[in-house]
Write a protein that binds this ligand. Structure first.
Ligand code: GTP
Ligand code: MG
Length: 370
């Protein structure tokens, strides 16, 4: 926040210093020519003359943007794959995940339509898999795009009685853009009108050719509702994970992504985050988007309290000062002071870009933004 002397301001405005002093006096500020006045007064005076003031707040390099993963190969350890379930609305994504988790999430959802990304971890034969459920409804394109950013493997769910629909195509495009392996789950094969071969045929138009047809895309035929061939699907996920060897260094400060966040009446701001690197611990100071905090409590997807969470673990945390946004990066810092400073800097930067691509603002704009 800069200051100027009255004399300098007058020069900048091409006015007499005495005139500026009079204006200031009129506004209730007593000042001499060599007196420093603050930004608010500068704005007011400039506004009086109808002059636009360009506000430039110097912002240091963003610790998030300059952050690089620099791990030695020997520090990297195998971590659970993060698997995102995508596909058209009502094709059975939540039911499928539900069947895999053997719990009932669909029952508790408003109207049975998934409105956010649910994050869960399951363990099969001692091997963990992290799942992200995404909404198929077209209003949630952004959220699906975010899901594709954090994922290692995408499962495209297609209902065998319905075929490839707009959000199926969108999901394929997201997965391709993210460059992640795709597994196609042909769902609802229990239905009499189900035609898995027709789905496979249609999928070839999107360069997803089944292995049995000489391509390299894994297709698995399942019924989420009748729990048919879920093992087959899980086996394929573990196989793809094994081939790709997804790794991370668990022995450093945590870094991840906010999956969703909200203000809870009792707990205050809560964020569901996916830890992607390092290990998050109770008491860690962090920045999430423009917010900062200190991890007060951590629970997993089954509501169990955790003391720490390593790579690929989805958790809910409390201890934030504000509610971050889904998709925000999450980063732990050495102490709370540093975290706060970085969050504040990010907030200023955000405000600047919100004010417009260029930072030329009129006094009116400014008042509307304060
Ligand atoms: P959104 O989250 O809204 O995109 O939908 P979704 O893809 O999660 O679909 P959901 O799991 O909510 O299932 C939609 C409907 O399809 C429900 O009525 C399910 O019971 C039904 N369904 C899901 N899987 C199967 C299946 O394998 N067979 C049959 N017959 N019905 C299924
Ligand atoms: Mg759903």
């Amino acid at each position: 926040r800069g200051t100027l002397t009255v004399g300098d301001l007058a020069k900048l405005l091409h006015k007499d210093a005495s005139e500026v002093i009079k204006k200031l006096l009129f506004l209730g500020v007593m000042a001499t020519i060599n007196q420093e006045i603050d930004m608010d007064a500068i704005m007011l005076i400039a506004g009086e003359y109808g002059v636009e003031v360009e506000v430039k707040i110097p912002v240091e390099e963003d610790a998030f943007e300059t952050f690089e993963e620099t791990d030695e190969a020997e520090d990297l350890m195998v971590r659970p794959p993060v698997v995102t379930i995508m596909g058209h609305v009502d094709h059975g994504k939540t039911t499928l995940l539900d069947a895999i988790r053997k719990t009932n999430v669909t029952g508790g959802e408003a109207g049975g339509i998934t409105q956010h990304i649910g994050a869960y971890q399951v363990e099969i034969n001692g091997k963990k898999i992290t799942f992200l459920d995404t909404p198929g409804h077209e209003a949630f394109t952004m959220m699906r795009a975010r899901g594709a950013q954090v994922t290692d493997i995408t499962i495209i769910v297609v209902a065998a009685d319905d075929g490839i629909m707009p959000q199926t195509v969108e999901a394929i495009n997201h997965a391709k853009a993210a460059g992640v392996p795709i597994i196609v789950a042909v769902n609802k094969i229990d239905k009499p009108e189900a035609n898995a071969d027709k789905i496979k045929q249609e999928m070839t138009e999107y360069e997803l050719v089944p292995e049995e047809w000489g391509g390299d895309t894994i297709f698995v035929e399942v019924s989420a509702k009748q729990r048919i061939n879920l093992e087959g699907l899980l086996e394929m996920i573990l196989l793809v994970a094994e081939v790709n060897e997804f790794k991370a260094n668990p022995n450093k400060r945590a870094r991840g992504t906010v999956i969703e966040a909200e203000l809870d009446k009792g707990k205050g701001p809560v964020a569901r985050i996916l830890v992607q690197h390092g290990t998050l611990k109770i008491g860690d100071a962090f920045v999430a988007g423009n917010c900062f905090g200190r991890v007060r409590a951590m629970v997993n997807d089954r509501g169990r309290r955790l003391k720490e969470a390593g790579p690929s673990t989805p958790i809910e945390i409390t201890g934030l000062t504000e509610v971050p946004q889904a998709g925000d990066p999450f980063l732990v810092f050495e102490d709370e002071r540093k975290a706060r400073a970085i969050a504040e800097r990010r907030a200023i930067k955000q405000r600047q870009s919100d004010m417009g691509a260029n930072t030329r603002v009129t006094l009116d704009d400014l008042f509307n933004h304060i």
